[in-house]
Design a protein around this ligand. Structure first.
Ligand SMILES: [Zn+2]
Length: 327
């Protein structure tokens, strides 16, 4: 293809694909098939399986080897000019159309935006959305201008925020929200829970997984591509990262480190129950977007303490939310 044609195609992609992506904004993401939700995937001891229940369930610490942190390795800097901008989109489109011969070798780490091990038009869409949203991806917070999007090298390509919803730094709890609610309140119980009729037996069906819907507090408050993590994304975090109980600026919490060296810190913010704060400084509780199908009054959340991490719990309780983006 001639250079002029390449240029015109680049322009078409740059201007039309973002609009196609943004047209989805606000729609519900597809639900994960129930059959993929294992009730026995959290193991308290190495090699041993437990049936999921309302008990606190712990997972073993993983011993993955942590890679060297590549200096300045930012996803999307396809042309290696130390910035992520429209020139990277042009470079990527030209590469896809012409192959290496026209543009030179491409760096998979930078160009495989959605982490599906292929360089194609879906990466262009992801890159354009990243640029339009002003989002950059890091292995750790580069400065105090939170939130940052952190790459933990996860198989699904899910990127995690460095901060909870409503927080201005990683160690801050941010807001506490009942599951499917998008505002904080003074009292958290079944009487104040807006998605039931006053009791645990009357919980409303919100239509399955709430990621990207009007019930998703991350999406409602932060907009764009931000979502609550699904149960599968929380599980992926547990299974693919080491977790270490530690302290940041005087706040206890859990540091999750991926095999690529990227890391996030989740504060042990506790949770809201009635008018009180429970387990502050000793445990963290972060909602997933996924309801527990067998018991409508439950939804999955990440639980962690100095003893490890697992899942739980009652929808009316106020919990923190750590948002994600999947390009
Ligand atoms: Zn940050």
């Amino acid at each position: 293809m001639k250079p002029f044609m390449l240029f015109m195609f680049s322009i078409l992609v740059i201007f039309f694909f973002p609009q196609m992506m943004m047209a989805d904004d606000g729609d519900s993401l597809s639900c994960y098939p129930r059959s993929s939700l294992s009730y026995a995937m959290i193991s308290p001891y190495e090699g041993e399986k437990l049936t999921f229940g309302n008990d606190r369930i712990h997972v073993r610490q993983k011993q993955n080897k942590v890679a060297e942190v590549p200096d300045g390795a930012i996803l999307g800097d396809v042309n290696k000019d130390k910035d992520v901008d429209i020139s990277d989109v042009v470079f990527l489109v030209n590469y896809i159309l012409s192959g290496e011969s026209a543009t030179g070798a491409i760096d998979m780490l930078s160009a495989d935006i959605n982490r599906d091990s292929a360089i194609d038009i879906s990466d262009v869409v992801g890159l354009v959305n990243m640029i339009l949203a002003g989002i950059r991806i890091y292995l750790f917070c580069p400065d105090e201008h939170h939130p940052h999007l952190i790459d933990l090298g996860l198989p699904s390509g899910t990127m995690w925020s460095c901060c909870n919803v409503g927080a201005d730094c990683p160690e801050s709890s941010g807001g506490f929200y009942a599951w499917g609610e998008t505002e904080e309140k003074d009292k958290y119980n079944w009487s104040t829970y807006i998605h039931c009729d006053g009791s645990m037996d009357t919980c409303h069906d919100l239509g399955g997984d709430i990621a990207g819907t009007k019930y998703d507090v991350a999406h409602v408050q932060m907009g764009g591509l931000w979502r609550m993590p699904s149960y599968e994304q929380l599980s992926e975090l547990l299974e693919n990262c080491t977790n270490e109980w530690t302290k940041v600026n005087g706040v206890y919490g859990c540091k999750f480190t991926g095999a690529n060296g990227g890391s996030i810190f989740l504060p042990a913010a506790g949770y809201r129950w009635w008018s009180g704060f429970v387990d502050v400084g000793s445990c963290g509780y972060c909602w997933s977007s996924t309801p527990y199908s067998s018991y409508p009054f439950f939804a999955y959340s990440l639980y962690f303490s100095s003893g490890g991490a697992g899942t739980s719990d009652f929808r009316y309780q106020g919990r923190t939310v750590r948002p994600v983006i999947k390009f």
